[in-house]
Design a protein around this ligand. Sequence first.
Ligand code: UFG
Length: 322
Amino acid sequence: MKLLVTGGAGYVGSVVAARLLEEGHEVTVLDDLSTGHADAVPDGAAFVRGSITEAGEVLSAGFDAVLHFAAKSLVGESVDKPGLYWAHNLGGTLALLDAMRQAGVGRIVFSSTAATYGEPERTPIVETDPTRPGNPYGASKLAVDTTLTAFAGLYGLAAVSLRYFNVAGAYGAFRERHAVETHLIPNVLKVALGERESVSVFGADYPTPDGTCIRDYIHVADLAQAHLLALAACTERRHRIYNLGSGSGFSVKEVVDVCREVTGHEIPAVVAPRRAGDPAVLVASSEKIQRELGWKAARTTLHEIVADAWTGWQTPESGRGL
Ligand code: UFG
């Protein structure tokens, strides 16, 4: 298929673009490089530097589907700058959907998030659970999910939203590369690399067995595989929504321990105050995508996920991805 990958110079987008190329698809990456890296665009993909609000020109060349990753994705930043998140994530996506309609492109796979659920009433979270996002990031992504449902009914759009939980690991040299790193695993590995003295544990007084937050970590390569299945499953007039996690939760302390095992470094950890907006436990049920699309995580242990991330981080100069 001829595919447009928005945000394909970022972490998840670049891994998915690489996997699509491996499967024989023709890939064009559209990315404004506001947070992505040009050298993360996989070899073999065409690259257009630009905003999703200018997608019309690119799409006029004729495409079969869009995989839409381009977004602002920092929870904390979204609280400080809600307008930026609504403009980019909802406004930008509306412009993209409009350009798709004009160009006759009827299929989209969208990067949604666990943040659409907010503080869960129960775990694991299933797709029919209430969506009460606790920050503008989650709210803006939920607004896109709502739009996709409406457009499927109104215009016959074939859409799949994948609600990612905590994406981690690396795919070969493709790894996370954020200018400001907020995620747990990269921050812990930076201590092992000697780039930081210690890692902060944001809160040790949560109602969890060891007092630290529990999250569901999914390997970026397993996540990429789900995109291939989602693309094949796009059905006219339907908007499907799937959670994507491994189904197991690990506490911050457990993550730090596994990083110590993998790297052989002591990794000092210092308990710090809670970070605003962090739910105590976020674990996905991925039963629906397993049942309907046959997806299954191939890299299920946290050890494997951290080991792949560590391999990616040890070669920073060749690190690719966002
Ligand atoms: N944490 C630390 N120290 C750090 C970094 C993180 O203790 O240096 C803790 C956080 O407080 C949290 C856990 O580690 O309890 C995981 O934090 P991350 O920042 O790695 O990930 P989040 O769970 O906050 O965020 C992820 C995605 C978001 C998505 C969110 C859904 O990265 O895009 O899940 O709530 F919105």
